[in-house]
Design a protein around this ligand. Structure first.
Ligand code: CIZ
Length: 422
């Protein structure tokens, strides 16, 4: 199957940015998320930057890099486990021991107890989660430190603390007559370890896109309101499914007093939505769905719940990456699927299920720009460093942060376990 890299080299006009044909080291030196879906998002000052990749990796051919990755992996054996996120490019995923969503992968690493190193081919918050769940003595490695997540970066710890202080001043921290807290913080898995720890400290919880409904329903039983961050769309789509009216879901704009709301609006709120979004899923529109339906009568449209509400409402189904993967695998008759999620995952599903017609709802190839930074050159480098006895690009979460974050993760797991990686 052609990888994103090859597709772009073959048809640059169909890509959203011509720099996608360059190696990531060409834009690693420049501030910003790099070409792709989040290229216009503002990168926070102080975001990790990747140092220069040694020339031998930048200059190696694709074939040489793959040979070197395979050889290093063979030398390391069970001492290393490579995790590939669903959104990762195929040139990298072909070397992964497990493919899955972020939480599935963090758990999958624990099924290889002899692994001293977990190489996470995903983005920064995913490597942090893997480190939180890793056993003593395991190192989690992110092959390119500049692989962040623009959505996770939209909710930084200081802004959330500031928001919380304003909400506490408004609501107080006394429970109501039924014992419900004034507000419960819920963070999406796509957030920093510091925010997961914030939730752990304040009676809050983590959710994934597969269990958001269960987690929110439980938070409504324990609290009068929910502060949901960082993805407004997952929060809105999920709360709407639970019957919360849109007028009870004000948006919180950080650095604006009361998030840009009146005290009365916030008192009446059921869910306060953080002003964050995923730049990949924000690209999907109802016009694309209309076009898919016009061109492919009978098409089954499945979108991710990080898409805007009108897109989720116009689709036939909405669900997490794992839901989408299982829905396609379960279709017994040849089916046409139009899928609203990251293009690498959609192309992989199309290659794995040739009996179906599967295409991405967005006709312009615009991959997740931060995932895209994990190039085989970086993977070869971190593995060969391990062979030489050196751990580079280690992601470490401070012990105190990790223990509070684990509280919020455990609250989530007590509600509903997450399915395993493949
Ligand atoms: O948690 C993940 O890996 C992401 C980014 C989404 C999902 O639906 O799995």
């Amino acid at each position: 199957m052609p990888s994103i890299n090859l597709t772009i080299q073959a048809a640059p006009a169909a890509a959203c940015a011509p720099e996608l044909a360059d190696g990531p080291w060409d834009f690693d030196a420049v501030p910003g998320y790099g070409p792709g879906s989040s290229m216009t998002d503002v990168i926070p000052v102080g975001s990790p930057r990747q140092g220069e990749l040694p020339a031998e990796y930048r200059e190696a051919s694709d074939a040489e890099l793959h040979d070197r990755i395979r050889a290093a992996k063979q030398t390391l054996g069970d001492r290393v486990v490579i995790l590939g996120h669903f959104y990762q490019r195929d040139e990298v995923v072909q070397h992964a021991d497990f493919v899955g969503d972020s939480f599935q992968l963090a758990n999958a690493a624990q099924t290889v107890p002899d692994a001293e190193a977990i190489v996470f081919c995903g983005v920064h918050f995913m490597a942090e989660t893997a480190d939180i769940l890793a056993r003593e003595g395991q190192s989690v490695i992110l092959p390119n430190l500049a692989a962040g997540c623009s959505m996770a970066d939209m909710a930084d710890e200081d802004s959330v603390e500031d928001c919380w202080a304003q909400l506490m001043a408004l609501y107080g921290d006394e429970p109501d007559a039924e014992g419900r807290a004034s507000i419960i913080p819920v963070t999406y898995m796509n957030s920093s370890a510091a925010l997961k720890a914030f939730c752990g400290r304040h009676g809050g919880v983590v959710c994934t896109s597969s269990n958001a409904e269960t987690v929110l329903a439980d938070a409504f039983e324990r609290g009068q309101r929910v502060l949901f961050f960082p993805d407004q769309h997952l929060g809105r789509n999920t709360a709407k499914r639970l019957g919360v009216p849109l007028e009870s879901m004000p948006m919180w704009n950080p650095r604006t007093p009361l998030g840009g709301n009146t005290a009365e609006e916030l008192r009446d709120a059921r869910v306060i939505l953080w002003h964050g979004f995923c730049s990949v899923h924000k690209r999907f529109t109802t016009a694309q769905i209309d076009q898919a339906r016009a061109e492919h009568p009978g098409v089954r449209v499945i979108v991710h719940p990080e898409c805007p509400m009108d897109v989720v409402d116009a689709a036939d189904e909405a669900g997490s990456t794992d839901y989408i993967r299982r829905a396609v695998a379960a279709a017994t008759e040849p089916t046409t699927f139009a899928i609203g999620t990251e293009v690498n995952m959609v192309n992989r599903l199309a290659a794995e299920h040739p009996q179906h017609t599967i295409f991405c709802l967005d006709p312009v190839i615009c991959p997740c720009s931060t995932m895209y930074r994990i190039h085989p050159g970086y993977l070869a480098w971190v593995l060969e460093e391990l062979v030489a006895g050196r751990v580079v690009n280690r992601i470490r979460v401070d012990d105190a942060v990790a223990s509070h974050a684990r509280v919020a993760l455990d609250r989530m797991l007590a509600l509903r376990p997450v399915p395993a990686a493949v």
